[in-house]
Design a protein around this ligand. Sequence first.
Ligand SMILES: Cc1cc2nc3c(=O)[nH]c(=O)nc-3n(C[C@H](O)[C@H](O)[C@H](O)COP(=O)(O)OP(=O)(O)OC[C@H]3O[C@@H](n4cnc5c(N)ncnc54)[C@H](O)[C@@H]3O)c2cc1C
Length: 336
Amino acid sequence: MSDHHVVDITIIGAGPVGLAAAYYAGHRDASVRIVESLGQLGGQVAAVYPEKHVYDVAGHPKIQGQALVDLCIEQGLQFGAEVFLAQEVKDLQRVSGNGEEHLILTTHQGESFPTRMLIVTAGHGAFEPRKLEIEDIDEWEGRGLHYFVRRKEVFRDKTCVIVGGGDSALDWTLGLQDTAKLPITLVHRRDRFRALETSVKEARELEEQGAVRICNPAEVRGVRGDGDMEAVTLEDTTTGETFEVECDALITLLGFHSHLGSIADWGLELHGKRQIQVDPPTMETSLPAVYAAGDVAGYEGKITLISVGFGEAAIAANQAVAKIRGEKVQPKYSTD
Ligand SMILES: Cc1cc2nc3c(=O)[nH]c(=O)nc-3n(C[C@H](O)[C@H](O)[C@H](O)COP(=O)(O)OP(=O)(O)OC[C@H]3O[C@@H](n4cnc5c(N)ncnc54)[C@H](O)[C@@H]3O)c2cc1C
């Protein structure tokens, strides 16, 4: 038995591409439901880089990540799509009844959602941050350990230790200069950074001015605090020397583990390990009534950019609507 009524199109994942698919499906007068595993809308943009600027989305010469997401939400939900947050889709079943075949999605949280068509816009899948290999590190979550910089104000006047060697670590070492208590300590386990050379150069210049302290090659060996975090122990891995650094906020920017999870077990043809193979002219997957768009959709020559995903969302939604109605696929202009 299903908890919910059948809708025309269900969208898995409320990133920018899922929201664009919701717009196109709603614009074509389809009933739409979005199911999202995170507790918020906006996918990677909202979760990973809400305060960064994006320059390559057509029509927006420069826009902050969260502002872009807010516009996608306003546009995507305007036709009344139902939204279910904190629901990670696990299983897909195909059922027949009343002369109609439809799909039923069930979530890890126990809800089930029937739908005529499915558009998977699950990005890299439900993602989880990579964590430091320190015993009981999770216990510091909410007490000074952060995996994202969502809002800079959280770090106002805090002593910050940033861990990582990629762009995010360098970007926030520079980006929190006007917010955190200086110097910001940057810890990386290797002697070379992977981040953009200009960011590394800027961080080295700030180090000379005393605004950044760079520890590399070094690793975090322990965390101390009574209630909230107070200090971390670092090891200089060249000399083996350990030392303590004052720390209110330990920001580990080590990337994400992401996997398609159970979506990969539905019998869909995959493109590599992380994407669902689609037919680009239609964005159809190998399963009937299942489409994919955005980062999760793979084909030869695919580039994973928001603008590309927006185009794919329009194709997938128009195809799904045409399939439900038995019509020829045609674009309908939105102008009035
Ligand atoms: C640091 C960084 C900077 C970037 N900068 C740019 C840029 O400048 N320009 C650009 O074009 N692109 C940029 N990108 C890439 C861009 O963010 C992605 O291409 C875009 O977010 C893809 O959108 P999407 O909707 O396909 O997937 P996502 O944004 O990944 O959203 C997918 C959503 O699906 C949800 N989901 C996954 N599995 C399930 C499940 N089983 N059940 C329910 N929900 C699920 C996830 O929680 C997530 O919210 C950047 C990415 C990063 C990490």
